[in-house]
Design a protein around this ligand. Structure first.
Ligand code: FES
Ligand SMILES: [Fe+2]
Length: 373
């Protein structure tokens, strides 16, 4: 396969104002940035009613607790009085009391009691939108959730059975890990799977994109002959990406789709912490229950297989797509989609500015200084 010429590459997918093959991506594979969105905090079962815990998410220190009403609440970690970590405190009903001087905050973060004062002060903790799905607690990294929790398009309105099967750390950026599922060349070279995949992309919304295989495979291949009775149309292999950090791979015969979710988040220094979740639609009765156990078991094996072959690459890669060829097009489409989303700074969660904007601001400040002199 020949590399694209410069003009072919430009034409291919980089018509947007924000990304071009000649310009380095601002957010993709940037260890200082992530997309505003929903990120997993911890499995739901790790936070019982009345418990409070400290977590660090994307560089920000948080406190998370479950009130009497079973709802989970997340605040910034430090008490606005004198800075004690609120995870040292105590849950009282649906409220949280700081251990140090016993100030109390309700589940919206408002101060409701200061023991040595008659009236509480009008102060409020920073609260973050929190939700639960797939047996996991998720936190939205902005003021108001602008999009839903990651969902599998074909199961959007359906009840699901889920299992959280692994927890892992890799040495490279979540964006680099996650594009593995649409890197068609490596299925042959790393995983030895002789499948010919050609993807069609579809943007579901500003933060979600799917890549679905459109080919039936080589009818002459032994593997394809073996699995053909289970596939009427194209072989099912699709990947749905949310916030550039959660991918859901759907695979399997027409009557039984497996959904494997890899949900990743950025650690310090451009590393990745991830969870693998298996999701299948709820099936009724004892037979349905048994069927789902088998589906989840199969999904687990496949999920491990996905990660195993690539571990070596993730340990040492210095990602730089300098020579894209035609089969790399889905990766470039992914980068393009990512670059159009709102990106935040690791640690502060403030909106990231592009270097271009920084330059403009510096120039403006310079001119203001000159004019004021
Ligand atoms: S530091 Fe929390 S009440 Fe004083
Ligand atoms: Fe892989």
């Amino acid at each position: 396969m020949k590399p694209f010429t410069f003009s072919e590459t430009l034409k291919m997918n980089f018509n947007s104002q924000n990304a071009s093959s000649t310009r380095k991506p601002k957010t993709f594979n940037n260890p200082e940035r992530f997309i505003e969105g929903w990120y997993w905090a911890m499995p739901s079962q790790n936070l019982r009613v009345g418990k409070v815990k400290a977590i660090t998410l994307l560089g920000r220190k948080l406190v998370i607790y479950r009130g009497k009403d079973k709802r989970v609440t997340t605040f910034d970690a430090y008490c606005p009085h004198m800075g004690a970590h609120l995870a040292e405190g105590k849950v009282e009903g649906n409220e949280l009391r700081c251990f140090f001087h016993q100030w109390k905050f309700d589940d919206e973060g408002f101060c409701v009691d200061i023991p040595c004062l008659e009236e509480p002060l009008p102060i409020k903790l920073k609260a973050w939108p929190t939700a639960e799905k797939y047996g996991m607690i998720w936190i939205w990294t902005g003021e108001i959730p602008l999009q839903p929790l990651p969902f599998i398009p074909e199961l959007e309105q359906k009840e699901c059975d889920t299992a959280i099967v692994s927890h892992f750390v890799t040495n490279c950026h979540p964006n680099v890990v996650i594009i593995n599922a649409i890197d068609t060349q490596h299925f042959h070279t790393v995983h030895k799977v002789p499948l010919e995949l050609i993807f069609e992309k579809q943007e579901l919304n500003q933060n979600a994109i799917t890549f679905s295989n459109t080919t039936r495979g080589h009818e002459s291949s032994f593997l394809i002959k073996l699995i053909r009775p289970f596939y009427k149309n194209a072989l099912t292999y699709s990947v749905c990406y949310w916030y550039g950090s959660t991918s859901i791979v759907t695979i399997g015969p027409d009557f039984l789709h497996l959904h494997i979710m890899f949900s990743l988040r950025l650690l310090e220094g451009g590393k990745t912490e991830g969870r693998t979740l298996l999701v299948t639609k709820k099936r009724k009765g004892i037979f349905g229950w048994l069927c789902n156990r088998v589906v989840l078991w199969l999904g687990n094996i496949l999920g491990q297989e996905f990660l195993k072959g690539d571990a070596k690459i993730f340990e040492s890669i210095q990602f730089d797509l300098r020579t894209p060829i035609k089969v790399d097009q889905p990766i470039m489409q992914f980068i393009n989609h990512l670059e159009r989303q709102t990106s935040l700074c690791w640690g502060t969660w403030l909106q990231a500015r592009s270097p271009h904007e920084d330059e403009r601001r510096d120039n403006r400040d310079k001119w203001r200084d000159v004019l004021n002199d």
